[in-house]
Design a protein around this ligand. Structure first.
Ligand SMILES: *Cc1c(COP(=O)(O)O)cnc(C)c1O
Length: 400
């Protein structure tokens, strides 16, 4: 295969000392914003107010506005945001919630935590998101289940085909709750993630595109009742101090994390824009190397690039390719000190602790196949183009 890239340094030098290219390098972000972060943390320390207070209220307000939602309710994690949204909607024992098996564990565990039953439908192999047609089949089957909600996940930063799910909401009278943990700033037809469903859950886990320095999460909604109930449930079910209307939990957004998130919220759009540029650059590099397989769903000898729906504003929380010899490629890259990740190697119906849900191998074939073929390449706003060239050159060397 011809070498499509000009090599800036001499080949021998490049081979001698491999500079690591991590899948995610948060130290570069820190280098850029350290003074502001430290000032924000110091502000909280000086105020001596560590629980809720103005930074939390301000972050909730600004983050909700950013997502086009009327209310934001900060909480301790994305997992708790999912739980809070469902608990506030009154989903519980005897209810069923429809979701995808190709997601992080918390999507399903939060359904179980509210006492409901997760029902899994397969993904669309192009977007990796919950397939609306397959979701509808499950709703139609019914099986005497009381479907209360659908919980689509905007995987890798691309909103699920939302108009299809809105049609299902109309037709089957279910709620739509977004797992938007990977999609802060993403949109569908110009409508932001977080404003699409009856409620949405965001995570600010350190690796997410908008991240805290620890655990943090947010529920967004434009439903006043849902907002009020989420707010109450995250603080022991209290409306009035020491009078407990309901048995809630302690899941507040930490004041220190809110102060940190305010610093980053002001930058997240620029960062998302950078992610989109990097994704376009990967696309271009793979095409130039003759590796991009277009018009196909599954990989042959080359690489299937991530597909972005024309109506979606993708924020590329992850840039995920499909390849045949995924595990071998991953080993090869790590020998070259290039980081990569697999989201997710085991679809949730095949997790040991979820076997009791009763799914067999082969029940959700697209998710099972995707779990063998997906590979997330380094992507973060500070990634350099020369590093992307090195990544693509390494993949070309492996596949060539
Ligand atoms: C990260 C993530 C969560 C959980 O968020 P935490 O803040 O880690 O609890 C839930 N769903 C998805 C899709 C995620 O990526």
């Amino acid at each position: 295969m011809p070498e499509p890239y000009p090599s800036s340094s001499s080949p021998s030098k490049a081979e001698d000392v491999l500079t690591p290219i991590p899948a995610l390098d948060l130290s570069r972000q820190y280098a850029e914003i350290a003074p502001e972060l430290i000032a924000a943390v110091e502000g909280v320390l000086k105020s001596q107010q560590y629980i809720l207070g103005e930074p939390v209220a301000e972050f909730e307000r600004l983050a909700a506005a950013h997502c086009g939602a009327s209310f934001g309710i900060g909480c301790a994690s994305g997992t708790d945001a999912l739980w809070l949204a469902m608990a506030a909607a009154g989903i519980g024992e005897g209810d069923a919630v429809l979701t995808t098996p190709f997601t992080f564990f918390a999507t399903v565990s939060s359904i179980l935590r509210v006492g409901a039953k997760p029902v899994l439908a397969d993904i669309d192999p192009v977007s990796f998101n919950l397939d609306a047609t397959k979701a509808e089949e499950k709703l139609k089957e019914g099986n005497d289940q009381k479907f209360r909600a659908i919980l689509p996940v905007h995987l890798y930063g691309q909103v699920t085909q939302w108009d299809r799910f809105e049609a299902l909401r109309e037709r089957y009278g279910v709620l739509l709750i977004e797992d938007a943990a990977q999609a802060f700033g993403a949109a569908w037809d110009g409508r932001p993630a977080g404003s699409l469903g009856n409620a949405a859950a965001f995570s600010f886990y350190p690796t997410k595109n908008l991240s805290a320095c620890g655990d943090a999460g947010l529920v967004t909604t434009s439903d006043e009742v849902l907002a009020e109930r989420s707010k109450m449930l995250r603080a022991h079910g209290m409306r009035r101090r020491y009078y407990h209307d309901e048995i809630g939990w302690n899941s507040r957004l930490d004041t220190m994390q809110a102060a940190i998130l305010l610093v980053k919220l002001a930058r997240v759009e620029r960062w998302n824009e950078k992610r989109r540029k990097l994704a376009a650059n990967y696309d271009r590099l793979f095409a130039a190397a003759g590796l991009a397989e277009t018009g196909k769903v599954y990989p042959g000898q080359g690489v299937i690039l991530p597909a972005c729906d024309a109506r979606a504003t993708h924020i590329y929380h992850q840039y995920v390719i499909r390849v045949r010899q995924r595990d071998e490629l991953r080993t090869f890259l790590s020998q070259k000190k290039i980081g990569s990740e697999v989201y997710y190697p085991v679809p949730l119906h095949q997790q040991e602790c979820l076997k009791f849900l009763g799914y067999e191998r082969g029940d959700l074939p697209e998710s099972e196949r995707a779990s063998q073929e997906v590979l997330a390449l380094p992507i973060f706003p500070e990634l350099r183009e020369d590093e992307q060239e090195t990544v693509v050159r390494a993949i070309a060397a492996f596949l060539g």
